[in-house]
Design a protein around this ligand. Structure first.
Ligand code: AOF
Ligand code: ZN
Length: 352
């Protein structure tokens, strides 16, 4: 669906006496403009993902400057504390193309910022550079922005379109969005269960550990760990499993270790909270945008019962336990997708 505008530039006068044809032409033109905006917004999303490793706790953002049908600049937010996507995209415009800015459009996957943070406001830079149009993927929920960037642009007479590929733009930064919109970390649950629905053997079988994951799903789980700021388990899991909760089967930073318990357990180094509510509040106060809850059953179920979860990754292996600790029960949820890793199935589930 990547048409050039020229392909559809039939003179309107040709149809002016024929309302039906005019309507068809007009809607084709609208559709065409929409797909062009989506096309460049997709490029913004693609660029933004390059910031995955270093942009945190800032969001991943991409920007593209387009004049006519030519991209004259592009960039993304590389590292927290450094230039934002718009700054990098505008800096990449060649001096010989600078004069084109007043007839150009800047596409950004997140609303340009309006505040002086570690860097000056991007909305002011766009005004200074006199761009004609700005297409925004989604509003920035950060309290110092929240629509103010768009207001600055509109007040300066820039044509602003908001909400192109909005859901994809929101999903890209789901941790950041949840943190700023709901004042809590994004919460992901993770467990592995046997084909007959058990996550472990009962306490009566000390030292008898149920192996469900395989080498591939271990890599996937450790990759998930690198994507989260903190990882949490309950007191019982610490006592029975002594989990390392680090990143050994993937590359990246290990999340902050958190334990739900009234007191420190077995000198296990972690941040301790005595209840789910206290953990969620305490982690928010520490700027933790995402939390991975890895067990055990009681801990997982307490997050579920309070409705304090966003996504779950449930791995099902081929083994049969016969008896033991039953897997947690999810409330309102929908299956997003399923991936097979050897004989293990990983279900990606969202809270509704
Ligand atoms: C943009 N473009 O590429 C990003 C934005 O401390 P600072 O100055 O880096 O500002 C961080 C905030 O700026 C961050 O919380 C978010 O609201 C916004 N991020 N904004 O215009 C970007 N990364
Ligand atoms: Zn900015």
């Amino acid at each position: 669906m990547n048409y050039s505008l020229n392909e559809l530039s039939i003179p309107v006068s040709q149809f002016s006496k024929d309302t039906t044809l005019f309507t068809i032409h007009f809607s084709l033109l609208t559709f065409n403009l929409m797909s062009i905006d989506e096309h460049y917004m997709r490029r913004c999303l693609q660029l933004a993902r390059n910031g995955f490793q270093h942009a945190r706790p800032n969001p991943m953002v991409g920007a593209v400057v387009v004049c006519g049908e030519r991209i004259i600049g592009e960039g993304y937010h590389v590292r927290c504390g450094e230039g934002h996507a718009e700054v990098n995209a505008l800096a990449s415009v060649r001096p010989s193309d600078e004069h084109l800015l007043p007839e150009s459009t800047i596409y950004v996957s997140l609303e340009p910022c309006a505040h002086y943070g570690k860097t000056p406001p991007c909305a002011r830079l766009i005004v200074e550079k006199r761009l004609r149009r700005c297409v925004v993927g989604c509003i920035d929920p950060f309290s110092k922005v929240q629509g103010r960037g768009i207001a600055i642009l509109r007040e300066a007479g820039i044509d602003v379109t908001v909400g192109v590929l909005e859901q994809e733009c929101l999903d890209l930064n789901k941790h950041f969005m949840t943190y700023h919109r709901f004042h809590r970390p994004f919460i992901t649950l993770k467990w592995a269960e046997t084909s007959d629905g058990f996550i472990g053997y009962a306490d009566q079988c000390p030292g008898h550990r149920l192996t469900i994951s395989n080498s591939l799903t271990r890599m996937v789980c450790h990759q998930r760990r690198t994507e989260h700021d903190a990882i949490l388990v309950g007191r019982h899991t610490v006592m029975t499993d002594h989990p390392r909760l680090d990143v050994r089967h993937w590359h990246g930073d290990a999340p902050l270790r958190v334990v739900l318990a009234h007191n420190e357990v077995d000198s296990y180094p972690a941040l301790y909270f005595s209840s789910v509510e206290e953990a969620v509040r305490g982690l928010y106060d520490r700027g933790v945008q995402s939390l991975l809850v890895e067990g055990g059953r009681q801990t997982l179920q307490s997050f579920i019962d309070r409705g304090l979860w966003d996504e779950a990754f449930v791995e099902t292996g081929p083994s049969v336990a016969g008896e033991g600790v039953c897997s947690p029960v999810l409330n309102e949820h929908e299956l997003v997708g399923t991936t097979f890793y050897g004989s293990n199935r990983m279900a990606w589930i969202k809270h509704r």
